[in-house]
Write a protein that binds this ligand. Sequence first.
Ligand code: UD1
Length: 416
Amino acid sequence: MSKIIVKKSPSLKGTVRISGSKNSTLPIIAASLLTDKCCILKDVPKLMDVEVICQVLASLGVKVKWLSNDSLEINSALLLKSEAPYELMRKMRASFLILGPLLARKGKARVSLPGGCAIGSRPIDLHLKGLKALGANITLGHGYIDAKADKLVGSRIYMDFPSVGATENVMMAASLAQGETIIENAAQEPEIVDLANYLSNMGAKINGAGTNTIRINGVSELKGCTHTIIPDRIEAGTYMVAAAITNGDVIIQNVLTSHIKPIIAKLREADVKVIEGTDEVRVIGNNPIKAVDVKTLPYPGFPTDMQAQFMALMGVAKGTSVIVETVFENRFMHVNELRRMGAAIKIDGRSAIIEGTKELTGAPVKATDLRAGVALIIAGLVSSESTEITDIYHIDRGYVNIEQKLSNLGANIFRV
Ligand code: UD1
């Protein structure tokens, strides 16, 4: 079992390039099922989650080929199967994103129900509600979902919560449905816009992606295209926090600053200097960090995927901060691990109250999920003793070459 060891590090300095967005790549790969023509994706992050969704597609008969370290060719001409094996589906919740496209292309899909995960029960009712509204007949049994539709027909769908995955699944299926689909209270995340741009490049008719109302006029078929994935705003935010906590001076390249406004705003509120360029940000630490309150919200609010990293930062801030998690019901698994490292954190329902301490101590800890894991790395950078992180496969799901990127900035981090 590999471990990541982090030791107290000097102020991070230098330049880091952000990879393509994992959360854009996964639905975009799934959307490639909608055409029998070849699609080429560029700036794809070579991550475990991406490998998993590629394996899911391959199991359906799709040809997936890496053309280089970050470009992928997907050819779904031979989409033979409409059932994805449980052993692959269970590895990653986001595999569920194949449901909409598979149903639209084949008229049927059989996929396993995603289980719970470390950050909550994560229901799929909104995905199913949306697909049912398009005319799908959905049955559940033996841990599987069977969806069938001779023809999908456009409909008006209201999302009870602006779910990213449900908006994506419905948007993909609606692209090949007959007539107009209107998604109300849709998710507005940049990854939704990237997916809509990809689908539009394939010939779909989509308006309003990035607002709370998305209109999709179904077309009878989609064509192949070449698409470049947007930069990963969460990876960018993670390096910004790493720079801030170490009182560093780091230029973060390949960033769309409009996507990270809440992160920039909160860092500035915490007295960290952030200079915005065209496609980069420079983060200059200005210790001590000031305690600030954070509430996670759907986009354009503060991202839940940055909550754990911010908690690590607040762990060494001057004063007391409150972090409220409103998106997921149980996303405080990292709190116990941060406490083991000396952080003073209390939980009260969906709020965490953090009393900043001067220095964390480091400890053997466990990555309980992807963002929780990276928060431990961030905390380890400013801990007096060494931090040993296990279960690091979570971290590899979402961060390209993390030790190398951090080492290049001067961090004491290695994998054993
Ligand atoms: C995506 C991201 C994840 C991020 C999350 C919120 C990917 C691969 N993952 O996950 O990194 O943390 O958005 O920004 O893009 N919900 C329901 N019913 C549903 C679907 C969701 O109640 O059918 C609830 C969830 O339990 C959760 C909330 O909606 O409380 C948000 O979930 P959702 O936006 O769907 O997250 P994901 O798409 O799974």
